[in-house]
Design a protein around this ligand. Structure first.
Ligand SMILES: NC(=O)c1ccc[n+]([C@@H]2O[C@H](COP(=O)([O-])OP(=O)(O)OC[C@H]3O[C@@H](n4cnc5c(N)ncnc54)[C@H](OP(=O)(O)O)[C@@H]3O)[C@@H](O)[C@H]2O)c1
Length: 269
């Protein structure tokens, strides 16, 4: 891809301390940009800041819990003080779960999914939007294929990603006139750190990865595809062929797609 495409752009990446967000930061740093790395783990962010600087980009870390509206506002204010503008907001931070609804003892899991996966992107967008409008900027949201179709063991996660899609589909129309684009990304499984941190039926991280990581997309490839979609201001990107076929089939054979989703979880790929 043309290396000038993001030149001098100021790019905020939430959830940049690991997985897909970390990889987005490292790859975007090759485009001579200013990256703002956001997450709660400041030590990890500082390591990635160094990697980004080694690639010739400017980079800062802003420790932020995106479930806290005030912290999101401060993060946006700090970005403006440091870099003077915001060109791209990538709402990537997220958490997941791995539990059948009937096994769940702790319903706070549902609230946590909504707080991180839905309200977090909303708060960041609310405070970034006036600046994005100044430059006809871009908002990129990392949703999930479960935001388009239900998957067993992910009920609350899927609900939070459906909420995210509904919100941004509406906002896209409201802000179209300003020139700010909204891109929705729908990955399938990606071999990031998220799965061992998934919340189990007791509301605690399950602590082990139940997926066959040799069979799923790497964070490197995932980040490459997100960057391409961002450059093209694509409306949406369903990342895997399986996902694309599944969503087409859903219109005509929805029960068959339910079976595929069940099988995917049972086989872990
Ligand atoms: N991996 C997959 O299979 C997959 C599939 C579809 C969609 N996705 C989506 O892709 C996105 C990235 O996930 P990933 O797989 O890269 O997971 P990951 O490696 O666990 O990264 C998640 C990131 O979110 C941050 N985060 C979590 N809670 C936060 C909070 N309250 N405030 C600020 N940051 C927070 C984490 O940082 P701290 O802990 O340092 O705060 C971390 O940097 C998520 O939205 C996820 O839903 C992933």
């Amino acid at each position: 891809m043309n290396k000038n495409i993001f030149q001098n752009k100021v790019i905020i990446i939430t959830g940049a301390s690991s997985g897909i967000g970390r990889e987005l930061a490292i790859q975007l740093a090759e485009y001579n940009v200013s990256v703002v790395l956001v997450a709660r783990n400041k030590e990890k962010l500082d390591e990635i800041v160094l990697l980004c600087k080694q690639k010739g980009s400017k980079a800062i870390a802003i420790k932020t819990d995106i479930t806290d509206e005030e912290q999101c506002k401060n993060m946006i204010d700090s970005t403006i003080i440091k870099f003077g503008k915001i060109d791209i907001l990538i709402n990537n931070a997220g958490i997941t779960m791995w539990a059948y609804f009937e096994e769940i003892k702790d319903f706070s899991i549902s609230k946590k999914m909504m707080d991180v996966n839905y309200y977090g992107p909303l708060y960041c967008t609310k405070y970034a939007l006036p600046y994005l409008k100044n430059v006809k900027g871009r908002i990129v949201n990392i949703s999930s294929i479960t935001g388009k179709t239900g998957v067993p063991t992910r009920s609350f996660y899927s609900a939070s990603k459906h909420a995210l899609n509904g919100f941004f589909d509406s906002l896209r129309i409201e802000i179209a006139i300003s020139g700010v684009s909204v891109t929705m990304i729908y990955p399938g499984f990606v071999s990031s750190g998220i799965h061992s941190k998934a919340l189990g039926p007791d509301g605690k991280p399950i602590g082990k990865n139940l997926l066959d990581y040799s069979k799923v997309m790497t964070p490197q490839k995932c980040a490459r595809l997100i960057i391409k979609a961002t450059a093209k201001r694509k409306r949406e990107l369903v990342m895997t062929l399986k996902g694309k076929i599944g969503l087409l089939l859903k219109f005509i054979l929805p029960n068959f797609v339910d079976k595929l989703a069940k099988k995917a979880i049972e086989k872990g790929k």
